[in-house]
Design a protein around this ligand. Sequence first.
Ligand SMILES: Nc1ncnc2c1ncn2[C@@H]1O[C@H](COP(=O)(O)OP(=O)(O)OP(=O)(O)O)[C@@H](O)[C@H]1O
Ligand SMILES: [Mg+2]
Length: 310
Amino acid sequence: MAEDLIVETRSLTKIYRDFWGRKKKTALNALDLKIYRGEIFGLLGPNGSGKTTTIKLLLGLLFPTSGDAFVFGEPAAKVEKNERIGYLPEESYLYRFLNAEETLDFYGRLFNIDPEVRKKRAAELIERVGLANDKKRILKEYSKGMRQRIGLAQALINDPELVILDEPTSGLDPLGTRWMKDLILDLRARGKTVLMCSHRLEDVQDVCDRIAILYNGDLQTLGKVSTLVEDAVRVEVRARGVKESAELRADLEAVFRKHGGTLETIGHPSSTLEELFLRVIEESKARPGRRYLPPEESNAAALPAATARS
Ligand SMILES: Nc1ncnc2c1ncn2[C@@H]1O[C@H](COP(=O)(O)OP(=O)(O)OP(=O)(O)O)[C@@H](O)[C@H]1O
Ligand SMILES: [Mg+2]
C-alpha cells in the first residue's frame, strides 16, 4: 500500500516573505494530501489559492516554511526524483527557435535518455500529440494549442510515472480539449498518476477521480468527484419510447406521490454544448460545403437548425 502512495503532504505550509524576510503571504496552510498510484487528482481553487505553490513544493522548486512533502516516498527537495515526474507548467517556457523534434531531443538529452530510445520516443510522442505535420516548424510559429501539445510531449519524454499538469486545457479549442482529456485518461490506463490544476470545472469533472479545493491556502474539501457532486436529494428517471403528455405527467405524479415524493420536472434531457460542438465539426468534416441555413429554408433533420448545401 505504501508503495502506491505517490504524493503525500503533511501539514505543508508556505509563507512567502518579502526582501527583508518579513512574513508576507501564507500561500499554503497546513495541507494534508495523499495521491495514490493510478489516479487522476484535480487541484482546484480560485486565483491565488495556492495550487501552483503546491506543485512547486512537490517539484522541489520551493522549500516549505514548515511541514513535509514526499513524492514516491522521497522528500520533495530531492531533485533526483523529478526524473520520474513529467511537468507541464501553466506558462510555456520552451525555446521558440527549435522545432518539435529538436525540442524533444533537447529535453531527452537533459534526462540522459539513450539516443535510440530518445529518437523513438520523440517520434511516438509527436504522433501522439498530433504534430506530425508540423514537426519541422519552429515553435515561434505555433498557435497556443500547438504549444500546449508540444509542452505535453515534452512533459512525457521521460516516460514519467507522475504527470503534473498546470491548466492542461487552457488555450485549447473544444476538439483539442477533448483530445487532451482523452490523453489524460489514456495516461491513467497506462498506470500513470496525474495531478492537474484547472479552472475549467467541466474538464475536471470529466477526467478526475478525486479533487481537492483550496481557498486562500486552506484545504476546503477533498473527495471523490462523483460523491461530491451527487445530488442525494433527487432521483433521476429516464425513459424512451413514450410521448410527453398531461396524462403521462398525471400518472407519474401519482407514482411519486405513492412513494412519498413529488415530481419536479418532466421533459427532454439536453446534451452538453461540447457534445453538440464535436458533432457539428465531425459532420462538417464528413460533408464539405455544409453550411447553416435558417430553419424555414431547411428540411434536413440531421441536426437541429443546420443542414448541408451541396
Ligand atoms: N514568489 C512569490 N512571492 C510572494 N507571494 C507569492 C509568490 N508566489 C505566489 N505568491 C502568492 O501566494 C498565493 C498563492 O499563489 P499561487 O501561485 O500558488 O496561486 P494559484 O492557486 O496557482 O493561482 P492561479 O489560479 O492564479 O494560478 C497568492 O496570493 C500569490 O500572490
Ligand atoms: Mg497557478
